[in-house]
Design a binder for this molecule. Structure first.
Ligand SMILES: *[C@@H]1O[C@H](CO)[C@@H](O)[C@H](O)[C@H]1NC(C)=O
Ligand SMILES: *[C@@H]1O[C@H](CO)[C@@H](O)[C@H](O)[C@H]1NC(C)=O
Ligand SMILES: *[C@@H]1O[C@H](CO)[C@@H](O)[C@H](O)[C@H]1NC(C)=O
Length: 409
């Protein structure tokens, strides 16, 4: 019996599926998985000659310095890759991309300042990702998107100062997250993390050591404890106003929209104009003070004026209020009616109908939590003779709000 076993062992060793690089020891586990054990070998490179069937590769505690694109090309079946405690400072993009069966990836205790995040896109089965004790200072937005099986994520002991909102969304299996010992800047950009931590079922391990390093007044405070009053998402309200242009009624109508915003830090105001004729204008910051002739004048105080408002300016006007906590938009669509008695189109019970002047036309907060609804404002001018019979080119200006709730065109 004994010689037969010996022959069997020899055959197994020599079969190509068990090819084993000289520094490593390889074995088949009970479940049939093939392990290549190459830890503590002073290796400077991933050894060549791995079996294409190897599923577990242990390379921890070596002296690997960088991983080239083809470093792991021999082992496409890998499910577990242990690379902790090396000197890895660079991983070439693509090095992990073909490891489609990978479940466990440990790169902790290395010198990574960057990571080929795009390689994770195809690794839908990844369950454990350890990148702790490296030099990562940022994660790109969406770095972890699509990791539906990810259970455990270690990012502690890095140089992270902030994280993009939504970084841990779309990780339905996440149960353990380690972020401690990073020099977080607890500006309102990071406020979402507090809200996320309160709502997630994942455990923020070592939450007590996940502290702010800046700003000075929050230093040493837990990132999950940023005072709510400091960070308030924007709210916005759009009102409108119109009147004769400064040069007199002959110059037509000036439409003024006013966007009043609140929030902390104070939101910036952007405008987005989409005219019915297909014109698209995006305005960031005040334009009124800048040189040149501009169609849409955006003022610092949140007012936008459109002098000589005409048919070609009809369209949707959106005010966007943006701060570090979030964004809010409120829209109004504006149409110019002709002079042939537009009042007939108006709902009789609208108390504001026919009154010129400013009226609220969309309240970002109370009326419209989604920020999606629109109101239609019809701006019209009516020759005076239509009312009094007197002649002349004078216009009467009016603004008629017509609540539609939905933009129809
Ligand atoms: C390696 O895996 C392939 C595909 O599963 C299989 O056909 C082959 O027999 C395996 N080789 C060994 C030596 O286990
Ligand atoms: C923290 O973030 C804020 C807002 O993004 C920035 O103005 C500030 O300079 C940052 N502070 C440090 C120490 O990086
Ligand atoms: C904002 O500033 C402009 C230009 O100074 C002014 O015409 C407008 O009335 C102001 N709006 C409000 C609401 O104060």
């Amino acid at each position: 019996m004994a010689p037969l076993l010996g022959v069997l062992a020899l055959v197994t060793l020599l079969s190509p599926g068990l090819a084993c690089p000289a520094p490593c020891s390889c074995s088949t586990k009970k479940n049939g998985r093939l392990l290549a054990e190459c830890a503590y070998r002073d290796l400077r490179e991933v050894p060549r000659g791995l079996s294409p069937n190897v599923t577990i590769l242990t390379l921890s505690a070596n002296r690997l310095g960088r991983l080239g694109r083809a470093a792991l090309a021999e082992a496409p079946e890998l499910q577990s890759l242990w690379l902790g405690y090396n000197h890895i400072s660079a991983v070439e993009p693509g090095a992990f991309a073909h490891l489609l069966h990978l479940k466990n990836l440990d790169l902790s205790h290395n010198r990574l300042a960057d990571f080929p995040w795009q390689d994770l896109r195809g690794l839908a089965g990844l369950q454990i990702l350890k990148l702790s004790n490296n030099r990562l200072s940022w994660l790109p937005r969406g770095a972890l998107a699509g990791l539906r099986e990810l259970r455990s994520l270690w990012l502690n002991d890095n140089a992270l100062t902030t994280l993009a909102r939504g970084t841990f969304e779309a990780l339905p299996a996440l149960s353990q997250l380690q972020l401690f010992h990073n020099p977080f800047n607890c500006s309102c950009k990071l406020f979402w993390l507090k809200e996320w931590a309160q709502s997630t079922s994942a455990a923020l391990s070592g939450a007590g050591s996940t502290l702010c390093a800046a700003p000075p007044r929050l230093r040493g405070r837990a990132v999950t404890d940023i005072p709510g009053a400091l960070c308030v998402a924007p709210s916005a309200q759009l009102t409108y106003l119109s009147g004769p242009a400064q040069g007199g009624p002959e110059d037509g109508l000036t439409l003024s929209l006013h966007c009043s915003v609140a929030g902390s830090p104070p939101p910036e105001i952007h405008w987005r104009v989409r005219t019915a004729g297909g014109r698209r204008v995006d305005i960031h910051g005040p334009t009124a003070a800048k040189a040149g002739r501009r169609r849409f004048l955006a003022f610092k105080n949140g007012t936008m004026a459109i002098p000589g408002f005409g048919k070609e300016d009809e369209g949707t006007y959106t005010c966007l209020a943006v701060n570090e906590v979030g964004e809010r938009e409120v829209s109004v669509s504006v149409a110019l009616a002709g002079s042939e008695g537009p009042a007939e189109e108006l709902p009789r019970d609208d108390p504001q109908a026919g009154q010129p002047g400013g009226h609220g036309c969309a309240k970002g907060d109370e009326l419209d939590p989604s920020g999606m609804g629109e109101k239609l404002v019809i701006v019209y001018h009516m020759p005076r003779e239509a009312r009094s019979g007197a002649g002349g080119r004078e216009f009467r200006l009016g603004i008629l709000p017509l609540a539609l709730g939905l933009l129809l065109w």
